[in-house]
Design a protein around this ligand. Structure first.
Ligand code: ZN
Length: 112
């Protein structure tokens, strides 16, 4: 597992951002929100970025990929692949969390 820690946003120096060692200049969601507002025209990319806003809030890497795309209008296969993997992992974590919190409700749902 990647080593994660919290560091202050380099822009506002107010909010903390969860980062890995790869991210030396973390910027918080609030500071990056504007940069993420651009229009995504490519349907493939629309699909890629069609994830809950919470994911962008909680993951500086996902934000940086979207901003990169809006800036340069393109992503490498590796960036797309890593983005998908990170999203899949966050979805899995959410599911596991849901299981721990409301086990009974999920079991009822599954019976139907
Ligand atoms: Zn900030």
């Amino acid at each position: 597992m990647a080593f994660k820690y919290k560091q202050k946003c380099v822009r506002c120096r107010k909010n903390y951002v969860t980062v890995t060692w790869k991210n030396r200049f973390p910027i918080c969601y609030g500071c990056q929100q504007k940069e993420m507002q651009g229009e995504v025209k490519d349907p493939k990319m629309q699909k890629l970025f069609n994830i809950p806003e919470e994911f962008f809030k909680g993951n500086a890497f996902l934000r940086s990929i979207k901003i990169n795309y809006l800036k340069y209008d393109t992503l490498t296969d590796k960036q797309i692949e890593t983005f998908k993997k990170a999203v899949a992992k966050m979805k899995k974590d959410l599911r596991e969390k849901a299981k721990g919190n409301g086990k009974k409700e999920i079991e009822i749902k599954e019976e139907n």
